[in-house]
Every structure is written in C-alpha cells, then in structure tokens.
Design a protein around this ligand. Structure first.
Ligand code: 13P
Length: 319
C-alpha cells in the first residue's frame, strides 16, 4: 500500500506510540528527498504542501505530478496532505487532485489574520470535514494560534494563543476532525526564539490534558523545527544573512510524543538543509553552471535531515 489516509497513518502511530513526520515540500526534488528518506528508514511519512508555494505554472499540474511521484514509491506508506488550507476551496481542490489528508486552518480570519471566533472556526472546519469524509479523506483542524511566520498567512503571528482542553473537546465534538493541531508554544519559521530558555517553553502538560479530553483524535505539533545551528552557519558562511535563532529541541518533541503527539510538522529544518547544501556547493564550485550537482547535493542533505527526524520521532523501521 502506498497512498493512505491521514487517519490510517496516525492510527498506526497511536497503536505503537510514535509520531509521523510531516515534511513540507515545494518542488518535486524536495519530494524525492523525503520519499528517499522514508524508503531508506522504512518509515511512514506525510508529504505535505502549502497552496501557492511552488515554482510551477499550474498548481494542479504540480499536485498531480506529486501524487504520481508518491505512488511510484509503493513500498512507502505515505499521506499526501494539504498543509494550512485557508479556505473550503483550498481543501476541495486538494481532494479533487487526490490528496488523502487536508488541513483546514480556520483558526484565524482569512482576511485579517486575527484569531477567528470559535464558532467561525467550527463552522468552516465542519463544512470541510463533511465534504472530505464523504470522499474518504481525513481532516486536520487547528485550535489556538501558533506563533511565528505561519504558512499561508500574510505576516508574522506574534502572539501564541494556547489551545484550551475544554474548547478542544467541544471543537472535536462539533467538527469530527481526525487530527487537531494544538498551539502549545511552538512557532513557525526560521526565526523562532532568541534564547535557548524560550525554546524550552513548550507546554507539555497541556498536551497531556488535551489528549485526556479527546483520546480518539490525533494531536499535531506545528512549528517544530529545531533550526540546526550548523545549517544556519553554513548558509551565512556562503552569503546568507539569517539571524541566530533557537528552535524546538528534540527532547521537547520526544516528550510531546510521550504525551500523545502523533504528527510533527517540519518544514524549516528541511529547507535549511536544502539551502545550506545549495549555497555551499555553488560557493565552493564557482565555475560549474550545469545544475544537477548542486541540486543533487541539496536532495541528499534534505534526505539526511528527514532521515534523522524519522529516527528521532520513532517512525523509522515501522514498515
Ligand atoms: P517549522 O517552520 O517549524 O518547520 O514548522 C512547519 C509547520 O508547522 C508547517 O505547518
């Protein structure tokens, strides 16, 4: 079996107490890096994309090719997932193109980016769930506001609004989502925290409380990249100007898994590995113009970064 639903992949993770990494990709080469890692690690994997983030002429063309690519790895149990769908239309389009999971992020108003009301979040999420479930597709919702440069939004979300256990129970009862992204202190993007102390402020006890209220719903951790200092150093060494930042430490993520997190979203770490390798290869070899060597180095670097996470999340060796 190659392409399975989000609910199916996370049910297996729940049964055996590990988390599945959800890795953002923005082109086919990045998807190869992720699928290659999954094959090498014998790990289930969630390949996810954000609407609008790709270099191709037509989104539908990209999504169809991505689905074909995933299907060409029949030995890998994979979910093709839409990350941070902001509208019913985003999710419906992804389902039409054969995605097996969609996230509807109705936690913030699509026009203002301000936190949405609970009732508005429920109404849009329920509409997507009804459409998706009729077509055998799983749905992830979001409660609370995760900080940072949240994908699909217009800017930086400064304030983290933590998820509330009572609201989570009410949200799941009213929407029937399969998975729920909960704001527990993580933050999206390459600039997360300015001190290592801040980066340890994940509210693990909140994960356990929410899980106790909604044991049948899979919990998702967004904004969980670790921001490896080595990648940042390499990028800056070869012309970049990233600010120093602390990400989420692996021990925090593992405590999250022990408390019930089953899906961990990572985009930035992969992109850092990719960009560091690209900059270094081009910086060291200043005469080659044929791009396959540089792109190949990026694919290998991203694949290694993803492999490492699969081992850390306990999903390696599960298929
Ligand atoms: P990072 O920016 O920490 O990788 O998080 C990505 C994410 O949560 C995508 O939904």
């Amino acid at each position: 079996m190659a392409l399975i639903t989000l609910a199916e992949i996370l049910d297996c993770a729940e049964a055996d107490g590990y988390a599945v990494g959800a890795f953002n990709v923005s082109d086919l080469n990045q998807a190869v890096a992720v699928l290659r890692a999954a094959r090498a690690e014998r790990s289930p994997v969630i390949v996810q994309v954000i609407a609008g983030m790709h270099p191709y002429d037509h989104e539908g063309w990209w999504w169809d090719r991505l689905r074909e690519l995933v299907l060409s790895y029949p030995d890998v149990n994979a979910v093709l997932h839409l990350d941070h769908g902001r509208s019913f239309n985003d999710c419906a389009r992804a389902i039409k193109h054969g995605f097996t999971g969609v996230m509807i992020d109705a936690s913030r108003d699509i026009d203002t980016d301000n936190p949405a009301t609970f009732d508005d979040n429920v109404a849009l999420t329920r509409r997507v769930v009804s459409f998706a479930h009729e077509r055998g597709v799983s749905v992830e919702g979001e409660l609370g506001t995760i900080g940072g440069a949240e994908a699909g939004t217009n800017g930086i979300v400064e304030e983290i609004v933590f998820a509330d256990p009572d609201q989570a129970a009410e949200f799941v009862a009213q929407t029937d989502v399969d998975a729920l992204a909960i704001a527990v202190g993580t933050s999206h993007g390459s600039v997360k925290f300015t001190t290592s102390e801040q980066s340890r402020r994940l509210r693990i006890e909140l994960i356990a409380k929410i899980r106790a209220r909604i044991p049948g719903t899979h919990l998702v951790l967004h904004g969980s990249s670790s921001i490896p200092a080595e990648s940042v150093r390499t990028i800056n060494c070869f012309g970049g100007s990233l600010t120093e930042s602390y990400g989420i430490g692996i021990e925090q993520k593992q405590q999250g898994i022990a408390s019930g997190i089953r899906k961990i979203n990572q985009g930035t770490d992969s992109h850092l590995a990719w960009t560091a390798a690209l900059r270094e290869t081009l910086g060291r070899d200043t005469v080659t113009v044929e791009p396959s060597t540089a792109i190949g180095a990026s694919v290998r670097a991203m694949s290694n970064a993803v492999s490492l996470r699969m081992r850390e999340f306990g999903s390696a060796g599960r298929i």
